[in-house]
Write a protein that binds this ligand. Structure first.
Ligand code: NAP
Ligand code: 8YV
Length: 317
């Protein structure tokens, strides 16, 4: 074990913390649990470990004068104040690519759940309602129109899967993607108007906050289904609830929420809505790969080698 001090900014996967505590002087959320001990350790902390949903604020960064690296176990790093880190020359890393398959699989699973009403069908059998007759008819997914908001690593993996369902694919991003064969919409409203499924897979943070608002939901229309595997902040959740309750859109399937792990009761009360607890990358295999990569970034940095997967803002140009 080295004498390097590493702080966990939030509750992390044991797949990551087991590696951290074996290799470093590891302080698990000491800033939250023991301010006196934290004040003693803070000057020595050289790295902070976080997850995709951890908050690593400018204030925390300012309390760590020896900080060199923030290693996030997750591809999304919207909780990290990257500008504050960069201003001090602190490297920020994340775990892209290793989770593309799982998140894309979940997006397709959620689309099927919402269209074919699989959770409701399961509840129907368990409650014995089948004995009294058949379930109402659901919606077909194959051959319908998929609008992807985000066409990066995971967006492209979702599109690849949707092709096998014979879906017509279009997308919205800030700039068209070279080599991507799907129809590009510079305007999100225009994409929503021609989509049966609108699937969100952008980063979170200020740049995408409430990208999906009442107007976009209106454009998606009464048969449209919204799927969010991006970040809760991308959707105006209050507007979404209004739209679902009022039949402005047909349904939704959500992996992420504005105030996780709290889910509004009004969403829970809507039977046509599918709700899962931020499980996009939550398989044993993928979480291990993410933990290994997050740890690998720390290992490489402290061995004096370049990190494996810097966030784009910190990548050498
Ligand atoms: P990526 O390769 O960086 O792709 C991000 C895409 O979003 C790009 O196509 C980008 O295109 C687009 N985008 C960014 N800002 C936008 C904006 N304001 N409006 C429209 N499009 C915008 O990232 P990735 O690896 O695919 O991951 C995407 C995100 O998925 C992560 O950041 C994370 O938030 C989320 N995620 C969720 C889970 C989960 O468990 N649910 C798991 C993993 C990842 P432009 O730059 O051209 O706009
Ligand atoms: C997890 C995620 O929430 O990678 C991301 O951006 O949202 C998820 O994979 C998380 O980061 C697991 O540590």
């Amino acid at each position: 074990m080295s004498d390097l001090h590493v702080l966990a900014a939030a509750k992390l996967s044991p797949l990551y913390t087991s590696q951290l505590s074996a290799a470093f002087q590891f302080h698990d959320r000491l800033h939250e649990t023991d301010p006196v001990a934290f004040a003693q350790v803070a000057p020595q902390v050289r790295a902070v470990a976080g997850s995709g949903d951890s908050k690593i604020s400018a204030d925390l960064i300012a309390q760590l004068p020896a900080l060199e690296l923030i290693s996030v176990m997750g591809v999304g790093y919207d909780g990290v104040d990257v500008a504050a880190a960069k201003a001090r020359g602190i490297m920020v890393t994340h775990t892209p690519n290793v989770l593309n398959d799982d998140v894309a699989d979940l997006a397709i699973g959620l689309m099927l759940c919402a269209a074919r009403q699989l959770p409701a069908a399961d509840r129907f059998v368990r409650a014995g309602h089948w004995l009294g007759g058949n379930m109402p008819l659901a919606r077909k997914m194959s051959g319908t129109r998929l609008g992807l908001v985000g066409m990066g690593r995971i967006g492209q993996a979702i599109a690849q899967r949707a092709q096998a369902f014979g879906m017509q694919i279009a997308y919205h991003t800030r700039s068209p993607k070279a080599g991507v064969p799907y129809a590009y919409h510079a305007d999100l409203l225009s994409l929503a108007r021609v989509s049966d499924f609108l699937v969100l897979i952008t980063p979170g943070g200020a740049g995408t906050r409430h990208l999906v608002n009442a107007q976009v939901l209106q454009a998606l229309g009464p048969k449209g289904i919204l799927v969010n595997v991006a970040r809760g902040s991308v959707v105006d959740e209050a507007a979404l609830i209004e739209a679902l309750e009022g039949g402005v859109i047909g349904g939704a399937a959500l992996d992420v929420f504005e105030d996780e792990p709290r889910v509004p009761q009004r969403l829970i009360d809507l039977p046509q809505v599918v709700l899962v607890p931020h499980i996009g990358s939550a398989t044993g295999q993928t979480r291990q790969a993410m933990a290994d990569l997050a740890f690998g970034n720390l290992r490489e940095h402290f061995a004096g080698r370049p990190v494996l997967t810097p966030v784009p803002e910190c990548a050498a140009t």
